[in-house]
Design a binder for this molecule. Structure first.
Ligand code: 4NP
Length: 152
């Protein structure tokens, strides 16, 4: 059965769609399923932010097939790993956890490269295109590390 990884941010239109597309591009499709969701539901069914689609496409990744959705309690059972972008996502997801066991699936994504630093992938939504380049580079680095660990 495929290993399932869920990327979570607030709106599921900027950061987590990029994380989904980047990690997917580094893993064999037959063995891994990567998805993303937002803790908020305001953007449900929307395309990723045009700036996320643009930066992904600059690096050869097409995320235009994605549509936003809200994180749901069932995701704790469906997914093996749940990566959140920042502390507020972390708190929002943990609040929904039905038991302690599933809480251990939830990790701050940048802990994979800088453990215990509580580093966050900054929300680029209200900023300019530079922010999206920065987010892409951060996610590319951490997804490379996650993919290496998952494949070995
Ligand atoms: P994301 O960015 O969490 O990376 O998708 C945001 C997108 C939308 C909003 C906030 C953050 N919003 O407030 O609508």
């Amino acid at each position: 059965m495929a290993t399932k990884i869920l990327m979570v941010c607030l709106g599921n239109i900027c950061r987590s769609p990029l994380a989904e597309g980047i990690l997917q591009s580094k893993l064999p499709k037959d063995k891994f399923h990567v998805d993303s969701a937002g803790t908020g539901g305001w953007h449900a069914d929307e395309l990723p932010d045009s700036r996320s689609m643009k930066i992904a496409s600059k690096y050869g990744i097409d995320i235009s097939n994605q549509r936003a959705r809200q994180f749901q309690v069932q995701d704790f059972h469906t997914f093996d790993y749940i990566y959140v972008m920042d502390q507020s996502n972390y708190q929002n997801v943990l609040q929904l956890a039905p038991n302690e066991i599933v809480k251990s699936k939830v990790k701050l994504i940048l802990d994979e490269i800088t453990p215990n630093k509580k580093a966050e992938v900054p929300d680029p939504y209200f900023g300019g295109e530079d922010g999206f380049e920065h987010v892409f580079q951060l996610l590319d680095e951490v997804c490379e590390q996650i993919a290496k660990r998952l494949i070995k």
